[in-house]
Design a protein around this ligand. Sequence first.
Ligand SMILES: Cc1cc2nc3c(=O)[nH]c(=O)nc-3n(C[C@H](O)[C@H](O)[C@H](O)COP(=O)(O)O)c2cc1C
Length: 389
Amino acid sequence: MLAEPLQIGPLRLATNLLLAPIAGYCDLAFRTIVREWSTHPAGIGVGVGLACTDLLSPQGLLRGTATSLDLAATNDFDKPVGMQLYGSDPDIMAQGARWAVEHGATVVDINMGCPVDKVTKKDGGSKLLTDLGRAVEIARRVVAELEMCALSADEWQRRTGNSSFPVPVERAPVPLTCKMRLCWHDSDYASGNACSPHLARMLADVGVTAVTVHGRTTEMKFSGEVQLPGIARVVEAVGEQIPVIGNGDVREPEDAVRMIRATGCQGVMIGRGALSTPWIFRDAWALQKTGKLPQAPGEAEIVASIRRYLDLMIETRGVNYAMVQIRRRITWFAKRMMWTDERGRLVGVKPLKEAVRNARSPSEVHQRLDEYLAGGLRGGSYEAEEATA
Ligand SMILES: Cc1cc2nc3c(=O)[nH]c(=O)nc-3n(C[C@H](O)[C@H](O)[C@H](O)COP(=O)(O)O)c2cc1C
């Protein structure tokens, strides 16, 4: 239903919109940016209801490896936060879930959708869609572990950070969600034999509180069109029992509304759309609430957001990380930076992107952004840049 905040187990989110995990992108700095846009004074107050860490290795967390700890880092502003685990061993996943709860998770999620070889070769991610027994056993073990480390009402209050929304009045476990694709093989989907409706039902029966469905098969990876009917079938199967969160190719606020209408899903998760448009949550929520979009941010606001993102990355992960990331990420931000020239053509910011990619220090990035705001570093066809970005 439109504009209905999503309930995940005991947790009532501020909205029905979620930031997807995107390995290498949705770090603490980026989640902070998305949350800041969601409480932006120009917005209508809220946007993102839940943001999730990128996929985390439970073994890495339990061993305390630096990379895993960096990826799992969170803070008081970053709430409520989901922590996503991947793997195939039920006991290790359960221990990883306990670690997540002890380190600030408000939701634990199991990755059942990653198509990348590194993950599927070890039977994790979407490989679980080919072994439903194992997928359910992992969920059952994790639910049992989460029950054993249930949080007090005070701790719930701290973790939701939003007293205007109801939180549990007594001890309650951190809810478990699972994120899946439609099924592994295209042929199973085409013949009406996708496993996701059946899997979602079995997961709900062992205590999973919501499922996210990326409307593609594993074989599709990230190409081809998202199959909204496939998401709708999961809603039909399990929607009365637990909420279904639809995911895939939501690039504009209107896409979120379309997905809710076409599938009946109760939540929408946005990944790549948020990389170019971190204010998409604010806009998609406003559109649902009022039927209207807030005014689009001006270029000064977008530039301020890029500067803020750079500063946050330096603060959380250091200068080297921040420089590597800003050189990659400028391409995504630039997708929303364009203007119309005197002949009415849409012009992009190719020179700015090149200048940021060649910058050797944060201060040089800031100088280039200053030059841009002063009217420089513009040019190149916008459509061409969009296509190659
Ligand atoms: C580079 C990249 C990394 C991703 N990493 C993860 C991940 O760590 N965990 C996960 O569940 N999904 C991951 N995904 C999938 C996204 O969460 C999402 O399901 C997918 O991109 C479709 O949604 P979108 O079109 O809104 O991006 C990743 C996707 C991309 C493109």
